[in-house]
Design a protein around this ligand. Structure first.
Ligand code: NAD
Length: 327
């Protein structure tokens, strides 16, 4: 089975090549170009393609892939909000993903963002390098004794809940499908979570229902001085409303690993470019906002696990076995 890997970086190649000898019947070609309407044609002669969170797999692209005889889309990530599943079904293409490859990788990054945004460690580091040992602008708040609100208690949300408990926080949670209440957390309504939490961390998927879950209305329900962290998907937050909330001094700190405008830039070095959008720059202009570029997943353990499960998914498809990671 021949698979074309779109949008690959050297680290993808490294971790997939490590696993590859275990799968002699699968041949992989790595290319840097990402999949989109212009590059779909490169999949001619392949049986399947592999793509990541930053891929465009809309109806147009999927129809092109279907006409080329592609039968399998391997997502080497957990989220699949960028894939038109209906179109894939119509074209007889199976879509497989890697659920829960390392929930701790993302949860630990969520806490890292909360701490960086709160304690300004990114600024303190630069200041010390410049021999500026003054503390102005660096004051944070304690997390111990405060309340964390976790939206979405799947694998990552629960890992984040455990971390927050380790920090001595009380943990509230909201989920459409709550797990059993445990010693770890207490389920409340979304309104109650917004009202009571000092740290809100988003861990639900992006769906039509969750798009702009954080908007002017929900921001108004939050505590003044709340810390907001998003490592899930940019579309969960209505950015214009977040910016208005930051200007109203609603937030003590905001940590974003994902944002609405990211798809044109994510994983690319744009340092020499004149960017044609300005939301990211406006967010970065605030002293209490810290941003990273969708790197929550980026640990050795997670990349190992992604490569392993993606190739297991391909092998299961090849052998006609039950596709446990189909979406
Ligand atoms: P999961 O499927 O284990 O958990 C998602 C949880 O969200 C489930 O419990 C589900 O019931 C809940 N949910 C669904 N709709 C909801 C709603 N409307 N309101 C509240 N809760 C809702 O997923 P996971 O593995 O924990 O991943 C969560 C998200 O993290 C993914 O969808 C993805 O977008 C994101 N993610 C980000 C990175 C990164 O690098 N930043 C990496 C992996 C995953």
């Amino acid at each position: 089975m021949k698979i074309l890997f779109y949008g690959t970086k050297n680290y993808d190649e490294h971790f997939f090549q490590k696993q590859k000898p275990l799968y002699p019947d699968i041949s992989i070609t790595f290319i840097e170009a990402n999949i989109g309407p212009e590059t779909a044609a490169l999949a001619k002669g392949y049986d399947g393609i592999c793509a990541f969170v930053n891929a465009v797999l809309n109806r147009e692209v999927i129809r092109k892939l279907g006409h080329l005889g592609i039968k399998l889309i391997l997502m080497r990530c957990a989220g699949y909000n960028n894939v038109d599943l209906k179109a894939a079904g119509e074209m007889g293409i199976s879509v497989l993903r890697v659920p829960g490859y390392s929930p701790e990788a993302v949860a630990e990054h969520a806490m890292a963002l909360a701490l960086t945004a709160n304690r300004h460690t990114h600024k303190a580091y630069i200041k010390c390098r410049e021999n500026n040992f003054a503390l102005n602008g660096l004051m944070g708040v304690n997390l111990c004794g405060k309340t964390a609100g976790i939206v979405g208690t799947g694998k990552i949300g629960l890992a984040m809940a455990r971390i927050c408990r380790g920090f001595g926080m009380k943990v509230l949670a909201y989920d459409l499908f709550p797990q059993k209440d445990s010693d770890l957390l207490t389920y409340v309504s979304l309104d109650e979570l917004l009202k009571q939490s000092d740290l809100i961390s988003l861990h639900c998927p992006l769906t039509p229902e969750t798009r702009h879950l954080i908007c002017a209305e929900s921001i108004a329900k939050m505590k003044d001085g709340v810390i907001l962290v998003n490592t899930s998907r940019g579309g969960l937050i209505r950015t214009e409303d977040l910016i208005a909330g930051i200007r109203d001094h609603k937030f003590f700190a905001v940590g974003l690993d994902v944002y609405e405008e990211e798809s044109a830039y994510v994983y690319e070095d744009m340092s020499e470019q004149i960017l044609q959008t300005s939301t990211i720059q406006r967010l970065l202009s605030f002293p209490n906002v810290t941003m990273t570029s969708h790197q929550g997943f980026f640990t050795k353990e997670a990349l190992d696990s992604i490569a392993k499960t993606t190739l297991e998914n391909a092998q299961a498809f090849l052998e006609g076995k039950k596709l446990v990671n189909a979406v």
